[in-house]
Ligand binder design. Structure first.
Ligand code: ADP
Ligand code: ZN
Length: 654
C-alpha cells in the first residue's frame, strides 16, 4: 500500500491490536467500532455472508470498507461495491481517496479512456475497493474480469449497498438489482454483505430471497436515532412557523424541507429565499441540470436548505444535515422515518420537525380513496396512514411510538417535543359529541329539503360557535338545536377535535368539497361510549418560542457542534475556512475532508503535536500526513493572538 502507513506518522495502535482494529485506527482515525460493526467486520473478514440492517448514519460503510482494506492487506484482492447512484460512488471514492485508500468507480460518468485506466488498476490488483452500478457488473465484459480475478484469488468480497433496491415492495426498486443473484452462483466462496436502512419484514425477506442470502448472518441494529429530536406542531401559518423554526433554531444550518407538490416546493423555496434563507427548490419537474446543480450546492456549500418533494433524498450522504422539516404529512411512518432519518447522520443533534393540520388528514385520505389501486392495497394504505396520524396526535413519547411501529420496545426518550414539554390534554368527549350531532342535524335538515345534507369543516365550526354567516342564514341553520352549542371552545380546539375524529375514523370526508359525514363508529362516540382525549391546541404560537429548544441563537455565525469557549470558537471558524479551501481544491464536499465534529474537537483540545492531533477522532494517518502541519499552524494561531491558554511551542512546526 501507499506510503501513508509508515509508522513514523501513523497513529499508534497497541501492539496487540488486531488487523481490523489497526485499519480502524490508522486509516479512519477512529478509536472503536460502533454497535455491531465489530461483529459484522469480523464475520465478513472470516468469509461469511451478512445482511446488515442499520439505520441511516449507523455506520454501514465501515462494515464493508474495513474488511475490504483488511482483506486487501492480507493479499485477498479487491472488494466490489454495488451502488445504485453515481453521486454516491463519487463521494465515497473521494472520501477513500482522502483516507489514502486506493479505490475507484466504474460508471457512465467516465469516458472510455478513464474506464480503461480503472480496469487496468483493477486487474493489476491495486485497488482495495471498486464501486460500480449493478448494470455495469452484469455486463459480460465486467463479469469476465471478475472471473479472472476470482481465479487468481483476488476477489475479496461483494458489498451490495442499498440492498432494498432489490425489493419491488419498497420505494426504490431497481430492476438491475435482481440480476445480482448471479454473484452467488458464479463466485461461490466470495463473501457477500448486503446493507440497507429499510427495516420492514417484507423488504428483508425479499432481500434474502432475491440475493440468495439464506445462509447469511442477519445483523439488525436498533433503529433508534437518539440524536434526532422529533417535534410535530399544529399548522397555523405553516410557512411562518417554518421560518420561525429555521431562524430560531437553525440559522445557517443545512436542512431539507419536504412538501407534497411541486407548486408548493416552488412557492416555499421562493418565499424562504425572500426571507433571507439560502433555500433552493428540488423536484422532478425541474431540468435535470438544475436539479444536479441544486443538489451539488446542498452537498458542497455550508448551510443550504433544499425545499423538495420526496424526489430528493435517496443517496444523499451528507452527514451534517441539521434539520428535516415536513410541511405536509408523509404517506406513512416508513416514509416519515426515512425522510427524517436524513438528518444528523454524523450523530450530532438534529431536528425532525413537522407541521400538520386538518387539511393534511383530509388530503391524504382522499389520495388513497381516489387512487386506482385495488381495495386491498387501499386498506393497507389507510391502516398505515392511521398509524402515522396516531403518531402525530400522540401526547406521549413520539420515539416510543415510532420504534414500536418497527417492533422495538423502548422507554420515553427525553428528546421529543412530548417528552420535553408534556402536552396539556383535555377531555374532548363532550365536544366530539356536539360536533357529530351537529353533522347529524345537517343531514336531517337536508333530508327535510333545506339545502345539502353535508357541509365542510368551516361551516360546521361556524354553526357550532354560533356565527351568523350568510350561509347559516341561507340554510336556516340558526334553527338547529346545535347552533352555538360550542361557543365555549376555540376554533383551533375545534379543528383539533375534527382532525382527531377523522384520524380516528369516526368522521370521513366526501366529494369534491370535502364535506363531513359520520361513519359507523361515530355512533359509539355519540353515545359517549368512546372517550376522546386531546392535546390542547396551541392557538397562536407566535413569539412563544413554541418550537421547543431555545438556544438563544440567531446570529449568522453557526454555532459549533460542541460547546466551545470564545477562543476555541475562533479556532473552529478558522479551521472551517481552511477546510472550505481544501474541499474546493479537491472538488469534494467539505465534510469529506473533515467532519464538523472533528474540527470542533481540534479547536477544543488544541493539540500541539502531530501525535496529539492523531488522537482526535476522525484523523487517520493519511490526513495527518497531508494536513497535520497546516492544522497545527492554524491552531497555534497568529502570533500574539488574544488567547489565555498560553501556546505550547511545537517543534514539528519549525
Ligand atoms: P450509513 O451509511 O449507515 O448511513 P455512514 O457509513 O455514512 O452511515 O456513517 C455515518 C457516519 O458515522 C460517517 O460520518 C462515519 O464516518 C461515522 N462513523 C461510522 N463508524 C464510526 C465509528 N466506529 N467511529 C466513529 N465514527 C464512525
Ligand atoms: Zn420522547
Amino acid at each position: 500500500m501507499a506510503a501513508v502507513l509508515e509508522p513514523s506518522s501513523a497513529p499508534v495502535s497497541t501492539p496487540a491490536a488486531t488487523p481490523v482494529q489497526r485499519v480502524l485506527e490508522e486509516i479512519f482515525g477512529y478509536a472503536s467500532f460502533r454497535g455491531a460493526q465489530r461483529e459484522i467486520v469480523d464475520h465478513v473478514c472470516a468469509g461469511g455472508d451478512a445482511l446488515v440492517l442499520m439505520p441511516t448514519g449507523g455506520g454501514k460503510s465501515l462494515c464493508y470498507q474495513v474488511p475490504a482494506i483488511a482483506r486487501h492487506r492480507a493479499g485477498q484482492g479487491v472488494a466490489i461495491v454495488v451502488s445504485p447512484l453515481i453521486a454516491l460512488m463519487h463521494d465515497q471514492v473521494g472520501a477513500l481517496d482522502e483516507l489514502g485508500v486506493p479505490a475507484a468507480f466504474l460508471n457512465s460518468s467516465l469516458d472510455a479512456d478513464e474506464a480503461r485506466q480503472v480496469e487496468r488498476e483493477l486487474m493489476a490488483g491495486r485497488l482495495n475497493l471498486l464501486y460500480a452500478a449493478p448494470e455495469r457488473i452484469l455486463t459480460p465484459r465486467f463479469t469476465g474480469m471478475l472471473e479472472s480475478l476470482h481465479e487468481r484469488g483476488l476477489l475479496s468480497l461483494f458489498a451490495i449497498d442499498e440492498a432494498h433496491c432489490v425489493s419491488q415492495w419498497g420505494h426504490d426498486f431497481r430492476e438491475e438489482y435482481l440480476g445480482l443473484s448471479m454473484l452467488h452462483e458464479r463466485f461461490p466462496g466470495v463473501p457477500r454483505v448486503a446493507l440497507t436502512a429499510t427495516a420492514d419484514d417484507h423488504t428483508r425477506a425479499d432481500i434474502v430471497e432475491r440475493l440468495k442470502l439464506e445462509d447469511a448472518r442477519l445483523f439488525v441494529a436498533s433503529f433508534d436515532r437518539p440524536n434526532i429530536r422529533y417535534t410535530i406542531v399544529e399548522k397555523d401559518e405553516p410557512k411562518k412557523q417554518l421560518l420561525r423554526f429555521i431562524r430560531d433554531e437553525h440559522e445557517g444550518d443545512a436542512g431539507v424541507v419536504y412538501c407534497q407538490s411541486r407548486k408548493k416546493v416552488e412557492e416555499t423555496a421562493t418565499w424562504l429565499a425572500a426571507e433571507g434563507i439560502n433555500a433552493l427548490p428540488y423536484h422532478a419537474g425541474l431540468d435535470a441540470d438544475v436539479r444536479r446543480r441544486h443538489q451539488d450546492r446542498f452537498l458542497r456549500e455550508d448551510g443550504v436548505v433544499v425545499v423538495a418533494t420526496i424526489a430528493f433524498g435517496m443517496g444523499i450522504d451528507k452527514p451534517d444535515v441539521r434539520f428535516v422539516a415536513h410541511l405536509d404529512l408523509p404517506k406513512n411512518i416508513e416514509s416519515y422515518y426515512q425522510e427524517t432519518g436524513r438528518g444528523g447522520r454524523d450523530g450530532l443533534p438534529a431536528d425532525a420537525w413537522m407541521a400538520y393540520g386538518l387539511a393534511d388528514v383530509v388530503n391524504q385520505r382522499r389520495m388513497i380513496d381516489e387512487s386506482e389501486a385495488g381495495e386491498d392495497f387501499k386498506r393497507l394504505q389507510r391502516g398505515k396512514l392511521d398509524a402515522l396520524l396516531a403518531l402525530a396526535e400522540a401526547h406521549d413519547c413520539r420515539r416510543v411510538r415510532l420504534l414500536a411501529y418497527f417492533g422495538e420496545h423502548s422507554a420515553p426518550c427525553g428528546n421529543c417535543d412530548n417528552c420535553l414539554n408534556e402536552p396539556e390534554t383535555w377531555d374532548a368527549t363532550e365536544a366530539a359529541r356536539k360536533a357529530l350531532s351537529c353533522i347529524y342535524r345537517f343531514r336531517q335538515a337536508g333530508e327535510g329539503g333545506k339545502g345539502p345534507r353535508s357541509f365542510g369543516a368551516g361551516h360546521l365550526l361556524d354553526v357550532l360557535r354560533g356565527k351568523r354567516t350568510d350561509k347559516v342564514a341561507q340554510f336556516g341553520h340558526e334553527q338547529l338545536s346545535t347552533f352555538g352549542i360550542g361557543a365555549d371552545v376555540s376554533e383551533a380546539q375545534w379543528r383539533s377535535v375534527l382532525r382527531q375524529l377523522i384520524a380516528l375514523g369516526h368522521l370521513c370526508t366526501e366529494g369534491e368539497y370535502n364535506t363531513l359525514a359520520l361513519t359507523d363508529s361515530a355512533r359509539d362516540v355519540l353515545r359517549g361510549a368512546v372517550p376522546v382525549r386531546l392535546r390542547v391546541a396551541t392557538d397562536a404560537p407566535r413569539g412563544k418560542g413554541k418550537t421547543g429548544r431555545s438556544t438563544g441563537r440567531g446570529s449568522a455565525d453557526k454555532p459549533p457542534p460542541l460547546p466551545l469557549d470564545k477562543a476555541a470558537t475562533v479556532r473552529f471558524n478558522a479551521l472551517k475556512a481552511w477546510r472550505a479551501e481544501i474541499a474546493a481544491e479537491h472538488n469534494l464536499p467539505a465534510y469529506i475532508v473533515f467532519h464538523d465534529a472533528t474540527l470542533a474537537e481540534m479547536a477544543r483540545e488544541r493539540p500541539a503535536t502531530l501525535d496529539d492531533l492523531a488522537g482526535i477522532s476522525g484523523v487517520g494517518a493519511k490526513k495527518l500526513e497531508a494536513y497535520g502541519r497546516e492544522i497545527l499552524r492554524l491552531l497555534a494561531g497568529p502570533r500574539g493572538a488574544h488567547d489565555d491558554a498560553g501556546l505550547a511551542h511545537d517543534p514539528h512546526l519549525d
